[in-house]
Design a protein around this ligand. Structure first.
Ligand code: CP
Length: 316
C-alpha cells in the first residue's frame, strides 16, 4: 500500500487500511527500539521543528525521541521562551521557521485548527500534536496500537471513553480511529461534559459509570482538564471521583477483566484511583512506549517512506 498523505491533522477520514499501515510500520520501529543501538538513518538530512504552544511532557519528548531515533535534525520551540511573547503571530512564526528550510512541523496549539492553518502558510508537512478541543491523532494511534497488541483485533472490541468528552481532543481521535478499526465505542460522563452533538458519532452514551463498566472491555479514562473548564461542570473533584472515578471496587463489581488506558497526565484520585493507574488492569506505560514507535512511523510515512519494512542500521 502507498501512504499518500502529506499531513496528519486528524484521524477523522483515515481508513482502516491507512491506520493498519501506520501501526504495522510502528511495529517495525518498535523492533528497532529494542536493539542495543536503537537508531536508524532513515530520516538523515530531514529537518523537523517541534512547535509547542501548550505544555506537554509525553507528546513532546516522544516526538523528539522519535526524531533522534530516525536520525533527523530537529529543534524544539516552546511558546514561553519565544517571540510569541513579543506579539509574533502564528503565521509569522511559521514563515520565519520555513525560511530556515524545514521539512516537517510538529505543532501543539490551544486553538482548534491551528495545524490546518499552518498547511496554508508553509510548504512543510504538518503533524498535529494536539489542537484545542479538536484532535490528537498520534495519541489516538498509540491507543489503538496498544489495544491491537493486547487483543490482536479491534473488531467488535467495546471501548468506553470516560470523562470530559466535550473538551477532549483525545476522545475525538479515539472515536474516529477506533470506529474505523471496527471497535464499538461508548461515551460516559456527566451530562455537562457530553458534547451537545454526541449522537453524531453513533456511540452508546452512558451517564452512569457502573453501566459503562458492565458494557466495556476497555475504558479510556480522560484527564479532567481543570484548565479548560468554565466553572460549574461538576460540583467538586471529590464529587466527580465519587461518581465517575475508576476504582478497584467499581471494576471488581463489573466481575470481568477491564483494560484501562489513560492518555496522561493523570490526576490521581480524581478520574482514577491512584492504585488503579498502576494496577494489573492498566496499560498506561505501554501507551507511552508505543507512542515513540507510532510517531517514528508517522514521521517516516509523511516524509515519503514506503511502509512496513525491515529497517537496517544502514538503511537510507
Ligand atoms: N497525552 C498527552 O498529550 O500528554 P502530554 O500533554 O504530556 O503531551
Amino acid at each position: 500500500m502507498e501512504f499518500n498523505r502529506k499531513h496528519l491533522l486528524e484521524l477523522k477520514g483515515l481508513t482502516r487500511e491507512e491506520i493498519t499501515f501506520i501501526l504495522d510500520t510502528a511495529e517495525s520501529f518498535k523492533e528497532v527500539l529494542k536493539r542495543p543501538i536503537p537508531k536508524v538513518p532513515t530520516l538523515r538530512g530531514k529537518t523537523i521543528v517541534n512547535l509547542f504552544f501548550e505544555p506537554s511532557t509525553r507528546t513532546r519528548i516522544s516526538f523528539e525521541l522519535a526524531q533522534k531515533r530516525l536520525s533527523a535534525d530537529s529543534v524544539s520551540f516552546t511558546a514561553a521562551t519565544s517571540s510569541v511573547l513579543k506579539g509574533e503571530t502564528l503565521r509569522d512564526t511559521a514563515r520565519n521557521i520555513e525560511a530556515m528550510n524545514i521539512d516537517m512541523v510538529v505543532i501543539r496549539h490551544g486553538a482548534s485548527g491551528a495545524p490546518h492553518f499552518l498547511t496554508q502558510c508553509v510548504k512543510a508537512s504538518i503533524i498535529n500534536a494536539g489542537d484545542g478541543q479538536h484532535e490528537h491523532p498520534t495519541q489516538g494511534l498509540l491507543d489503538i496500537m496498544t489495544l491491537r497488541e493486547k487483543f490482536k483485533t479491534l473488531e467488535k472490541l467495546k471501548v468506553a471513553i470516560i470523562g470530559d468528552v466535550a473538551h477532549s481532543r483525545v476522545a475525538r481521535s479515539n472515536i474516529y480511529g477506533l470506529q474505523a478499526m471496527g471497535a464499538e465505542v461508548a461515551l460516559c460522563g456527566p451530562p455537562t461534559m457530553m458534547p451537545l452533538d454526541a449522537e453524531q458519532w453513533q456511540a452508546e452514551i452512558f451517564y452512569n459509570l457502573d453501566d459503562a463498566l458492565a458494557w466495556a472491555d476497555v475504558v479510556n479514562v480522560l484527564r479532567i482538564q481543570l484548565e479548560r473548564q468554565q466553572k460549574g461542570l461538576f460540583p467538586s473533584t471529590r464529587e466527580y471521583h465519587k461518581l465517575y472515578g475508576i476504582t478497584r471496587a467499581r471494576v471488581e463489581k463489573a466481575k470481568k477483566e477491564i483494560t484501562i488506558l489513560h492518555p496522561g497526565p493523570i490526576n490521581r484520585g480524581v478520574e482514577i484511583e491512584s492504585e488503579m493507574a498502576d494496577s494489573e488492569f492498566s496499560l498506561i506505560l505501554d501507551q507511552v512506549t508505543n507512542g515513540v514507535a507510532v510517531r517514528m512511523a508517522v514521521l517516516y510515512l509523511l516524509s515519503g517512506g514506503r511502509g512496513a519494512e525491515r529497517f537496517d542500521e544502514s538503511t537510507n
